[in-house]
Structure formats: C-alpha cells, structure tokens
Design a protein around this ligand. Structure first.
Ligand SMILES: [Zn+2]
Length: 243
C-alpha cells in the first residue's frame, strides 16, 4: 500500500470540499447580474408606461390648441360676414349671407363642445399621470432596495470566495504537482467535482457501474484511479465501505 497516495487522497478530499463551496458560490453569484438586469428592465418598462401617459396628455393639449385656433378663425369670419352684411344691396344677398353666418355659428358651437370634451380628457389624463408618478416613486424605492440587496449579496459571496481561496492556497502545497494538475483539469471539465467516492458499486459522480477489479485497484493505493465514464478520481469512503 502506498500510504503516501492515501494521504494525498485525503488532502485532495479536503481540497474538493473547499472547491465544492467555491463552485457553488460562483454559480449563485453568476445568477445575480441577470436578476439585477431583470429588476432594471421591469422598472424601465414602468417608466416607459409613465412616459406614454405624459405623451398622451401632451397630445390632448395640442389637439385642444388646434381646436382653439379653429374657433378663433371661425369667430373672425363671423365678424367679417357681419361687417359686410349692411353693405349688401339685395334682400337675397342679405338672406344668403345671414345663412352663412348661422352656419358658421353652428360650426363654432360644435368646436366649443369639442374643446370642452378635450378639457375633460386633459383633466383625466393629468390625474392618470399624477397617479402613475406616485406609483413609480414607490416602485423606484422597491427597485433600488432590491438592487442594493442583490449587490450586497454579491459582496458577501465575494468575501466568502476570498476566504475560500485563501483556504485553497493553504491546502494545495500539500498535494503533489502532477496530482493537483490532474485534479484541477478534471475539476474544470466536470463543473467543480473532480474527486468522488465509490458508492456501493457505482461512481459517486456519474452513478455508472464501477467493476470490482477497479474498486480493488483503488483499495491498493498504488495509483490514482479514475472513473471510466466521467474520468473523475475515485476514492473509497472507508467509513461507509467498512474496510
Ligand atoms: Zn463516474
């Protein structure tokens, strides 16, 4: 039995326990920016909704102004017609112009009604804008707090990661360079799990069958044995194997 290899495996196991935490934390950390972006997008959408309401209010005001312009020109033409009324020579001409004046007055009244409708719509539209503004102020608080919380979580993870990296630096010098290189290579490929126990007769990483002769090889501690399927380094958990 190569007691040196057995010790190496024990050191590797300690390293693997550190690396499991590092990879877990990195995975959790990686999700955070997407969550922040999600919050930002949701808030931007709400801000966009307010901008839409504000634009609608401005459009209504513009339409009202256009109608007021129409009203003014209508009034002007009525006055002009009334001015000409007494210069007319015949009864027929007089009568025709008076009809024109009546028509213009009717048009004017329709326009005035429209302007009143616009004023009501503008009031309602402004109330909507104010309500949305108040709501958005609340939303902004929720958004800012949510973002801060996520950023704090990232900082907390970074602190833990720094601590684990320090532990890792202390653990690696105990492991032979070629063993560590092999372990690190598998760790990267296999998403943070390079060293796994044999569980019964299967690999603790990929759960494929581990033949008895392979288990026998592991128990001899002559060389590092890897799983034929997933290539992870195998070890015997002697507490559960009872050997
Ligand atoms: Zn495997």
């Amino acid at each position: 039995m190569n007691t040196d290899l057995k010790t190496q495996l024990q050191h590797l196991l300690e390293l693997q326990q550190i690396d499991i935490q590092i990879y877990d934390l990195r995975r959790i950390k990686e999700e955070k920016p997407a969550k922040i972006a999600e919050l930002e997008a949701a808030f931007e959408a709400k801000r966009g909704a307010l901008a839409g309401l504000e634009k609608a209010a401005l459009d209504l005001q513009k339409q009202k102004k256009d109608r007021e312009g129409e009203l003014a020109s209508r009034e002007e033409s009525i006055q002009k017609l009334q001015g000409q009324l007494y210069q007319l020579k015949t009864n027929k001409e007089y009568h025709t112009m008076q009809q024109q004046i009546e028509d213009a007055k009717a048009d004017k009244s329709v326009i005035e009604d429209k302007i009143l409708e616009f004023m009501e719509s503008i009031d309602a539209s402004r109330a909507d804008v104010e309500k949305e503004k108040a709501r958005l102020t609340e939303e902004e608080k929720v958004f800012t707090e949510g973002k801060k919380a996520l950023q704090a979580e990232i900082r907390e993870i970074d602190d833990k990661l720094a601590c684990l990296e320090t532990q890792r630096k202390q653990a690696t010098p105990l492991i032979k360079a070629e063993v560590l290189a092999q372990y690190d290579r598998i760790l990267k490929i296999r998403g943070g799990l390079a060293l796994v126990p044999v569980q019964g007769t299967s690999c603790g990483g990929c759960h494929m069958f581990v033949p008895p002769q392979v288990i026998n090889m592991i128990s001899m501690y002559d060389t590092l044995v890897t799983c034929e399927m997933c290539n992870r380094i195998l070890y015997l958990d002697e507490r559960s194997a009872g050997t």
